[in-house]
Structure formats: structure tokens, C-alpha cells
Design a protein around this ligand. Sequence first.
Ligand code: SF4
Length: 103
Amino acid sequence: METAPTETLLRHPRHPYTQALLASVPCLRSPRRMPDEPTLPGEAADPHFPPPGCRFHPRCPVGPRRLPERTLCSTAAPGQTPVEHDELHRVACHFPVPNSRLR
Ligand code: SF4
């Protein structure tokens, strides 16, 4: 869903799933959440019967579940698109999270 040099990916993730994965990493010094609190709602899609469009759309925190006007997410699979003209940083998302919304 997202590719980039390691430093870029860890410091500036733009795909909502990448952000959720990084948010699920436990922090031993300052626990950010209870151990059984899910990072994302719902369950992973059945790989044998994936949903149409973006396979992540039923769980995406910035997809049509929360923003119904983003119908593109549930109808068209996103391709790997460079983020802000950076050919090394590519995201499979119709609406990559802007940098300003990150940590
Ligand atoms: S394409 Fe839509 S549903 Fe998929 S990750 Fe991006 S915003 Fe979320």
C-alpha cells in the first residue's frame, strides 16, 4: 500500500493503513493505549472475497465509512501514485493523508 525509503516511511507515512500499523507498535516507555484496544475497527477483508475498489475501504478511517462522499474508494482500486512528485514515495490511495495531519 505504500513504499518509500525507510526514514520517509517511518517519519511521514501517507497511507492510512501505514499510519495504523505504526500506531499499533507498542511503546514500552509510555504506553499509548490499552493492549486490547484495536487500532482499526472491524476485521481484515477475506482475501478470497475482497471488497470492490480499495480493499481497505471498509476499515479506513478516512474512507467512505467516515466520509461518505469518497465513493471512489469503494468503486475503483487505487494505483501506486507518487506522493508530491517524489518517485521514491508511492501510495496506493485516492486520498493520501496530508503531511500536516501527521504527528
Ligand atoms: S483509497 Fe480511500 S479507502 Fe483506500 S486507503 Fe485511501 S482513503 Fe482509505
